[in-house]
Design a binder for this molecule. Structure first.
Ligand code: ADP
Ligand code: XUL
Length: 526
């Protein structure tokens, strides 16, 4: 039976999942995490990151990620329950946008690694920049505007790369580094993403960047999956010489290097390019074709889809590891606004659930849930807009907020998918609330499946290892077959729409869309 390893190097932790696949047998045989704050106190992180002079300067040490990789491989090698001789392929994912700056000693150091010694100390002289900026860094507003100006504005950049210039994206970060530390930039021989850096450490040679993570840089021509010469030029000099090539996500590019083979008695498993954690989650939630949006109800709410063509209604478009497009719309007022409403009326979640179950539709009253400035649609003036609500009535207000949120998500989800919506996958903290999922099912007019996956990015990586590893040995499996047996909801995790309410919400959603358009640019009035 073959084993496949997926590793996710996220902001706060590193997780490894090993899956076993043979015919109909499909199971997770190893699933462990290391927490950066707890397990690597020597790096002094909080929430996996370090702050600079200001709170919006956020970075982490690539040596910490290397240490975590080394320790996780040690754990894996010690796991008596799995026979690692059967490990066929390894892939991974990482927090998106973060960048690692290597000097000219790095490649030689990788080749000469001594398997009797820990990894990180052997890498300490290989960086042109000791700390890597990560996605939480927001210090590049000036560079964003400069790049957009050079490329014809935010919309032109969005059409080219899938996103307007964003502070956390790699291109603006590289530009800031070049402007503020020109000597260190000149000493940089290679710039990797966190994902391609980690893949390089496994293979002992430069890993490519995959189009899924490449799309988070403001540097890649999204449709053609190539570095955009114009974007590179607008960012920093000689950048094309510093970046690894972009290669398909499913193309094996190396084997586990002798360092790992000797250090932990591992076989020469195939190494598959790593991708970003969001594209990897797409695979880990089983979204490998159109018509199945996933809604994550976290601090913010996010909806994402997989489409054959880019869906231009998105906040961001990445590439999916399937070769399709991953479209994302982000709603800033997710749990943030639900929590505020809960506190306003001093309710617990059970009380919220029972209020939601009463008389859906609120008699047609609508609320625009823009407590904070909103990203989808773009709303500059914060403030809930309540139309026809008596503020002393908790029931109507609570329902008004959540119905408004679900109508916004459903309407905008329709803009980022071309196929009819078959079902919706719900994840994130608020997805435990069945009453909220019932509103979602009624508003979408589709079944809602709750997935209870703790690390969909690591699972996605293991599934990608399986898919690419099989292709490399001439036994290709379809994406649908690759994810099957791993991404189905547990029994009892389905919520069905109530046909009576579906018709009502279908009409209300149209009113909601009109209201949203009218008030998007206006100050709140209530
Ligand atoms: P993030 O990953 O963005 O930190 P999570 O996906 O962990 O967020 O979701 C956390 C949120 O889940 C909390 O802010 C809380 O409002 C919400 N939440 C937790 N339990 C419930 C519940 N029973 N009903 C609705 N929302 C809930
Ligand atoms: C996506 C983003 C984060 C990081 C960290 O654009 O910045 O989701 O990938 O998880």
């Amino acid at each position: 039976m073959a084993l496949y390893l997926g590793i996710d190097c996220s902001t706060q932790s590193l997780t490894a999942i090993v899956i076993e696949v043979e015919g109909d047998i499909r199971r997770v045989v190893f699933n462990q995490s290391l927490n950066f704050d707890r397990d690597f106190p020597e790096f002094g992180t909080r929430g996996g990151v370090n702050r600079g002079a200001t709170d919006d300067e956020v970075h982490a040490s690539p040596l910490m990620w290397a240490s975590a990789l080394d320790r996780m491989m040690a754990r894996l090698a010690r796991a008596a329950e799995i026979d690692l001789e059967r490990l066929h392929a390894i892939s991974g994912s990482a927090q998106q946008h973060g960048s690692v700056y290597l000097n000219s000693f790095a490649h030689e150091a990788w080749r000469r690694l001594d398997p009797s010694m820990a990894l990180a100390p052997q890498l300490k002289d290989t960086f042109a920049r000791q700390e890597s900026p990560v996605w939480m860094d927001a210090t590049t507003t000036r560079q964003c505007r400069e790049i957009e100006d050079a490329l014809g504005g935010a919309e032109a950049l969005r059409l080219l790369t899938g996103s307007p210039a964003c502070e956390r994206f790699t291109g603006p970060q590289i530009r800031k580094f070049f402007q503020q530390q020109p000597v260190d930039y000149a000493a940089t021989s290679r710039i990797h993403l966190v994902s391609s850096f980690m893949a390089s450490l496994l293979a002992g040679l430069d890993a490519p960047i995959d189009p899924g993570d490449g799309a988070g840089m403001n540097l890649m021509d999204l449709v053609n999956e190539r570095w955009s010469p114009a974007a590179l030029e607008a960012t920093a000099p000689l950048l094309s010489e510093h970046l690894p090539p972009i290669r398909p996500s499913w193309e094996v590019f190396g084997t586990l290097s002798p360092y790992w083979q000797k250090r932990y008695s591992l076989p020469p498993a195939a190494i598959v390019p790593w991708t970003g954690d969001n594209p990897s989650s797409l695979i880990g939630t089983g979204i490998v074709h159109e018509g199945v949006p996933a809604v994550s109800l976290g601090t913010s709410d996010t909806v994402f889809t997989c489409t054959a063509e880019p869906a231009r209604g998105s906040s961001h478009i990445f590439r999916s590891p399937t070769g399709d497009f991953m479209n994302l719309a982000c709603f800033r007022n997710g749990s943030l606004a639900r929590e505020a409403m809960r506190l306003e009326y001093d309710l617990d979640w059970d009380a919220i659930s029972s209020l939601l179950e009463k008389s859906p539709g609120n008699g047609g009253s609508l609320m625009l849930p823009w407590l904070e400035r909103e990203t989808t649609p773009l709303v500059e003036h914060a403030g809930l807009r309540r139309f026809g609500f008596d503020r002393s009535d908790p029931e109507r207000n609570v329902r008004g907020l959540i119905e408004g949120q679900m109508m916004a998500i459903a309407n905008h989800a329709a803009e980022i998918t071309t196929a009819p919506i078959e079902r919706v996958i719900a994840t994130g903290g608020a997805a435990v609330n069945r009453a909220i999922l019932q509103v979602m099912a009624n508003v979408f007019g589709a079944d809602v499946y709750r997935l209870d996956i703790e690390n969909s990015a690591a699972l996605g990586a293991a599934l990608r290892a399986y898919h690419a590893g099989s292709l490399a040995v001439g036994e290709p499996v379809s994406w649908k077959a690759a994810v099957s047996g791993f991404t189905e909801p547990k029994p009892g995790y389905r919520v069905f729409p109530n046909p009576k309410h579906v018709a009502m919400y279908a009409a209300l959603r149209k009113d909601y869309a009109i209201l949203e358009q009218i008030h998007q640019d206006r100050q709140p009035i209530c």
